[in-house]
Design a protein around this ligand. Structure first.
Ligand code: FAD
Ligand code: MLT
Ligand code: ZN
Length: 489
């Protein structure tokens, strides 16, 4: 009895040791291989915390290696080797994903795109920018601003997110209402396929009807079909003058009326229309220590931007518009800034842009980014608030329930925070929230993507047939599933 027990106890230990030795030797052999492919300085095997940790600090991966390709050929060599040796990878640009898309789920090899950061060319007449995919959004914005152009999207994460990450997630952000999705502005891409082959889809022409529009498959594919290495994007002319308005309303219906009136009066001048509720404003005031921007706290706010070339006429039109808003009791209070007063302009914008940072400081964020028709856009917050307050006790540590978002395009960011992660809170939100969204024909992800976090809820927004087709595409592009193997499916 004893002998059998001790053998069965010992055997797994021996096997474990052998497996351990195999893992070490195989991982050290691929590390050596990557070092010879990329040079030692482009292979990092220690101090990997910031690469393994997601932005929300909700998940920590266990990868022991980060690769820094310097150009398309490096990416091609890496994937060629990984595909041959069945090594799984996760692609990381700015690592600002809010759905754990860019951090290893297990111990995948991290491919960091930060060294592919060159601006390749800019056409002053057409506004077409060619760049590598690891360019930081803010750097691109600053570059094209000197040419009186702008990047047709704008995110709070612009200081760290990269254009390749933006395309892979089909990021939305603040200018969506004016310029639409990235699909309408991206003219071409260069992709490295899972087997290492380079697919050149670079293009500078706006019109091209020569068969399937392959580039669109990669926009929003969250790194599951290939690695974006180069981008060609059209940068529209910037307006000479911009004004940002922060106004307060008594209730959500007044915000809808405001949205309608601003569209009627300013149409092509409207470049963003955002909303936030009182609780969202409070998180910025409390956690980031900003003063209330208006004379006191209000139930709802809108932040909207108007742009024009003729400042005088914009001012005159706005004076009339403002009188109408006040006479009809649409707004209770408001302030504005011209972009010539850069400090005030960016300060006003930051009340909206820094909400996610403020929420992160509460502890744990349960973050949702759904699309909903305007008639139920804010109802989701009311419904969830009621549900959470009746089902959870005070011991559940809910700090805040709030709603803010890109109201101009129907994208609501419903968020709950607690001091620490609490499974009971999560169970009260999911799948109830997604059922609400599906019942109202919305989308469970308007912009952040599915990543790893929302995989099991994909069916609320996609039919079985559509998911099957997506899986077949994944099989065709990446048969060994080496690219972001835990993302999306
Ligand atoms: P990462 O987080 O590094 O990667 C995102 C996904 O794309 C991952 O799945 C990754 O594997 C894949 N990927 C990255 N690079 C490539 C590549 N070159 N080729 C193929 N796949 C790749 N999102 C919005 O849509 N709108 C917003 O307004 C917005 N605001 C934000 C504000 C803050 C403060 C934060 C933290 C995030 C915000 N996000 C927003 C979410 C996030 O910034 C976006 O998803 C952004 O586009 C990700 O870019 P990134 O460079 O950080 O990509
Ligand atoms: C935003 O619009 O602020 C971003 O999408 C980030 C978030 O949802 O918190
Ligand atoms: Zn957003």
């Amino acid at each position: 009895m004893f002998a059998i027990n001790s053998r069965s106890y010992l055997l797994p230990n021996v096997v474990m040791r052998m497996l351990f030795i195999r893992k070490i030797s195989s991982s050290s052999s691929y590390i050596t291989e990557f070092q010879s492919l990329l040079g030692n300085e482009n292979v990092q095997t220690n101090d990997l915390d910031s690469f393994n940790q997601d932005w929300l600090k909700s998940h920590r991966g266990k990868s022991d290696i980060v690769l820094f390709p310097r150009n398309t050929n490096d990416v091609s060599n890496i994937l060629g080797y990984c595909n041959q040796n069945n090594l799984k990878c996760v692609i990381q640009s700015g690592n600002t994903s809010l759905v754990c898309g860019a951090t290893p789920w297990q111990n995948e090899i991290i491919i960091s795109m930060k060294k592919l950061n060159k601006i390749l060319s800019f056409d002053e007449i057409t506004g077409v920018l060619h760049c590598e995919s690891g360019c930081i959004l803010q750097n691109l914005e600053e570059f094209v601003k000197q040419k009186q152009r702008l990047i047709p999207y704008d995110l709070g994460a612009k200081g760290s997110c990269m254009i390749g990450g933006n395309l892979a997630t089909n990021a939305g952000g603040l200018r969506f209402i004016k310029f639409g999705p990235l699909h309408s502005n991206v003219l071409g891409l260069e992709i490295v396929m899972a087997n290492g082959k380079i697919l050149n889809l670079m293009n500078s022409m706006r019109k091209d009807n020569t068969g399937y529009h392959l580039r669109h498959l990669f926009i929003g594919s969250e790194g599951t079909l290939g690695i974006i290495t180069k981008v060609s994007i059209i940068c529209p002319m910037d307006y000479k003058f911009k004004k940002i308005f922060l106004v307060a309303c008594e209730n959500f219906n007044k915000l809808i009326e405001l949205f309608q009136m601003v569209q009627e009066d300013f149409n092509e001048n409207l470049s963003c229309f955002e909303m936030m509720d009182e609780s969202s404003m409070n998180v910025v005031v409390e956690n980031l220590r900003l003063p209330y921007p208006l004379s006191r706290s209000y139930p709802f706010y809108s932040l909207f931007e108007l742009s024009a070339n003729d400042e005088l006429s914009l001012d005159q039109r706005f004076t009339k518009h403002y009188e109408k808003l006040v006479n009809k009791s649409i707004i209770l209070d408001g302030t504005y800034a011209n972009d010539s007063d850069s400090e005030k302009f960016h300060k006003l914008k930051s009340y909206r842009e820094s909400i996610s940072e403020g929420l992160r400081l509460d502890g744990c964020s349960y973050k949702y980014d759904v699309s909903l028709p305007l008639n139920v856009y804010y109802e989701v917050v009311n419904v969830m608030r009621k549900r959470l307050s009746s089902s959870l006790s005070s011991s559940n540590n809910v700090v805040r329930i709030c709603g803010y978002g890109h109201m101009g395009d129907g994208n609501m960011h419903f968020n709950v925070t607690s001091k620490k992660f609490d499974q009971q809170i999560l169970n009260q939100i999911e799948p109830f929230l997604y059922e609400f969204v599906a019942k109202n024909n919305g989308s469970i992800s308007a912009e952040h993507g599915i990543g790893v976090k929302k995989r099991k809820f994909l069916h609320y927004s996609k039919s079985d047939e559509a998911i099957k087709l997506m899986q077949q595409m994944k099989q065709l592009f990446d048969p060994k599933s080496i690219l972001n193997p835990h993302v999306l499916f």
